[in-house]
Design a protein around this ligand. Structure first.
Ligand SMILES: C[S@@+](CC[C@H](N)C(=O)[O-])C[C@H]1O[C@@H](n2cnc3c(N)ncnc32)[C@H](O)[C@@H]1O
Length: 293
């Protein structure tokens, strides 16, 4: 099963998470709604006049960005997402051919797309790097659409959040990221201890009968420090983290809290610019400026 088929399956309902009227009623926390608000603030402060997006989804974010007069274009690997994105563009008076069907891991397709669309003030990728295997190649793919001095906005799933979840993800982070060079005998003792302390049966895996649920396809977390190093290695400066999808309690105990009070506490935390986001947020955006050539 593939990333494309996963997103084909969610294309028809994808726009719901960006609906302001559903912020309080959506069963799943609408983190992408707050991500888009954050992206719009970053675009305004960068005075962006053009934006290219890798992995546009149904283009709800791009269409909203275009309403401020910004020129937009982008791509996606999912045929259904591209179908919805083109129709979404068209119904808002935008050019549907600005959306290409392509795999950002396909260098030949990327090169043809670059020649077709040129370079932009801002290049963004929201929710895409979890699904690719080569981080350096992905940043390089983004870089190819960005003008010198332009801004890169790269979203990632935050592996540091596992320090606040006390579950299987915490165990994986400690063993696979913190204790990588420690003697196997010691790691085994730590692993056994963590099995007793942590809820290693959580979180539940998100599966689908079709076998392409979010946790059945490639959907990686990233270490914010390591990902920032990859970005810097491509000639970027002024690297900043922006955090979103705050958790006022660790997810496995959230059902002990009144649902409306919990959501209010989540929303109240969105936009906190402090270091706490590195631990309380399951996702973040790296913003960085491309060196002038
Ligand atoms: C989590 S969704 C986010 C969509 C959109 N960026 C947004 O913010 O609403 C990720 C999107 O990336 C696309 N994607 C994943 N891997 C890709 C690849 N290798 N090439 C192009 N698009 C990809 C998926 O099809 C999906 O539409």
């Amino acid at each position: 099963m593939s990333v494309a088929s996963h997103y084909d399956g969610s294309a028809s309902t994808y726009a719901g998470q960006y609906d302001a009227k559903k912020i309080w009623t959506n069963e799943e926390y609408p983190s992408n709604y707050f991500r888009l608000e954050l992206v719009q603030r970053l675009l305004a402060s960068a005075d962006a006049t053009s934006v290219y997006e890798l992995g546009v989804g149904d283009a709800t974010p791009l269409v909203r960005i275009a309403t401020t007069g910004i020129r937009v274009a982008g791509n996606d690997i999912s045929p259904e997402m591209v179908r919805f994105a083109r129709s979404n563009m068209e119904s808002h008076g935008l050019d549907p051919s600005a959306i290409s069907l392509l795999d950002v891991q396909d260098e030949v397709a990327l090169q043809a797309e670059r020649e077709r669309v040129g370079t932009f003030d801002v290049v963004m990728a929201m929710g895409v790097i979890p699904h690719v295997s080569d981080d350096a190649a992905f940043v390089s793919a983004m870089d190819g659409f960005l003008r010198p001095g332009g801004r890169l906005l790269l979203q990632f799933r935050n592996s540091m959040f596992s320090m606040f979840t006390f579950n299987r993800l915490t165990k994986e982070f400690i063993l696979d990221e913190l204790l990588t060079d420690v003697d196997q005998g010691i790691r085994d003792v730590v692993a056994a201890d963590l099995d007793a302390r942590l809820a290693v049966d959580k979180p539940p895996k998100r599966t689908r009968p079709t076998g392409d649920g979010y946790d059945e396809i490639l959907s990686r977390f990233h270490n914010p420090f390591e990902l920032a190093d990859v970005v810097r290695a491509h000639g970027y400066r002024d690297v900043h983290y922006h955090w979103y999808n705050y958790h006022p309690a660790y997810p496995m105990i959230s059902d002990q809290i009144d649902a409306t009070a919990y959501r209010k506490a989540q929303i109240d935390l969105e936009g906190d610019p402090s270091w706490r986001g590195m631990f309380l947020c399951s996702a973040g955006i790296i913003e960085a400026v491309k060196d002038d050539a």
